[in-house]
Design a protein around this ligand. Structure first.
Ligand code: FPP
Ligand code: MG
Length: 464
């Protein structure tokens, strides 16, 4: 076994003037104070800032590699199951969540007090953090009985006979280097490239996202995704649901091998959040509408419900994924880094979904592969419809009956068009993005931080 030395000392990278004086961060209460009157000033809109690196270009090789390697995790004994599990990964996608995780890793690696130990575990054989070690099962392969033809050494089919083998005592793990003393100034590491555990986390998060899309396309009866046949359209509902479940199973096993129970807890709770968000979307906004039919104003409850649903369905995965990346980089309780990651991911995620809700009205078939206002057809009242309700009280009745009566969808579309709902939702997204941008200023300056700033900007300006 290779001798594992403590990592080289890390280099100071221009600390930001605001850092490490940590400002208190409060989430924006944008519903009470409409965004268009309270737009915060951040660097997001300043024309004089230097050009930021393109986040996708900066990490293109890593993103390509990540997607390629991800397919190896998805083989199964059943060819159709393998095909459906890989299906959405074979179509080009934005890979926004993996990008966020890799960028946050690069922007924060070195800052956490346990970084030395995490870096050491990634380099040192037997410490559990090297790429090949993350593929290795924690239990005997014939106990797992989960056959993956891409990893024949690590998995086993149930067709072989299980033999009782007396267990050997495990090798003593190598001893880790000491953690950085609290008195030492935290700096971004000279080599802050994502650790193998962080890259694997990015794959896990994408697997969970894709699992949710397969299920979502069954719920939404979607024929198309990204302009191609959806999973249910190509394989049928049963395979789409089972394919999603299979992805969740593989993601869970990979998650446990990261060896960090805080990360397991964070990511497992995202799965609950996704389901809760979907259920909330099905029921609650319409119920609020029912309670307020005829009211001349939109209750803040409707907005709370909508934003809660938006967090659960979209922002939770980004917020907790970014937080988990920082945990894997050695951030400890009592340090600001986990909070920065969560706050950034949460605000970015909400901004992203609000823009999505705007694009649903603005774009037609070409951009989204579905007709404009498709959310209305699904019975959903999103930001533009809620703002339109403020200006046109008759929208309340339509929301209450989930646009189910003949002509309701067209009526609602017309009300949204005659209101400033789309514009105000865009402004609200901008306000969340501004908050995300502000949050980044707690991190020391780095190329990765600039790329995260660029990503924030792209999320609000995007047309996809
Ligand atoms: C896309 O929403 C869907 C989601 C963001 C999450 C869906 C979650 C579930 C179906 C719960 C089950 C979760 C798991 C992990 C199996 P959308 O319909 O607004 O967007 P779209 O236009 O991309 O379909
Ligand atoms: Mg959908």
């Amino acid at each position: 076994m290779r001798r594992c030395l403590a990592p080289r000392s890390i280099r100071l990278v221009h600390p930001h003037p605001l850092w490490p004086q940590h400002r208190a961060y409060t989430a924006p209460s944008l519903v009470q104070k409409p965004a268009h009157t309270t737009r915060p000033q951040s660097g997001l809109h300043e024309p004089s800032l230097p050009r930021r690196p393109d986040p996708y270009l900066l990490l293109k090789p890593q993103l390509d590699h990540l997607r390629e390697r991800l397919l190896n995790l998805l083989g199964s004994a059943h060819p159709t199951l393998t095909d459906i599990a890989k299906y959405y990964f074979l179509h080009p996608s934005k890979q926004l969540r993996p990008l966020l995780i890799l960028l946050f890793s690069r922007a924060t690696n070195g800052l956490g007090r346990d970084w030395n130990q995490k870096k050491w575990a990634a380099d040192c054989e037997g410490a559990g953090g090297r790429t090949e070690e993350l593929d290795r099962p924690l239990s005997r392969p014939d106990v797992l009985n989960d056959w993956n033809p891409s990893m024949p050494d690590h998995t086993a089919s149930f067709t072989s006979v299980f033999s009782l083998v007396p267990p050997r005592s495990p090798n003593a793990p190598p001893s880790p280097p000491p953690r950085r003393p609290a008195s030492e100034h935290p700096t971004v590491a000279h080599d802050s490239a994502p650790l193998p555990t962080q890259t694997r986390l990015a794959q896990i998060v994408e697997m969970i996202h894709v699992a949710s899309l397969l299920h979502d396309d069954v719920i939404d009866h979607a024929d198309l995704r990204r302009g191609a046949a959806s999973g249910p359209a190509a394989f049928g509902n049963k395979y789409a649901i089972l394919g999603g479940d299979f992805l969740l199973g593989r993601a869970s096993a990979a998650l446990s091998r990261l060896g960090e129970s805080e990360v397991v807890e964070l990511i497992a709770s995202v799965i609950n959040n996704l389901v809760e968000g979907e259920i909330l979307q099905m029921n609650k906004v319409a119920q609020q509408g029912a309670a307020l039919v005829g009211a001349s104003y939109v209750g803040s409850d409707s907005w709370n419900m909508y934003l809660k649903k938006t967090y659960l369905k979209t922002a939770s995965l980004m917020a907790k994924g970014a937080r988990a990346a920082v945990v894997l980089g050695g951030a400890r309780d009592g340090e600001i880094w986990k909070e920065v990651a969560y706050a950034y991911g949460r605000n970015l995620g909400i901004a992203f979904q609000l823009v999505d809700d705007v694009l649903d009205y603005e774009s037609g078939e070409a951009a989204l592969g579905k007709p404009g206002g498709a959310d209305l057809q699904l019975g959903l009242a999103t930001g533009p419809a809620l703002y339109a309700w403020e200006e046109h009280p008759e929208m309340g009745a339509l929301i209450a009956r989930k646009f189910e009566k003949e002509g309701d969808v067209e009526l609602a579309r017309g009300l949204v068009r005659r209101s400033s709902g789309v514009e105000r939702t865009r402004e609200l997204a901008g306000a969340y993005a501004d908050k995300a941008f502000e949050t980044l200023q707690h991190l020391p300056e780095s190329e990765a931080r600039s790329a995260l700033e660029g990503l924030t900007e792209r999320v609000v300006k995007r047309t996809w």
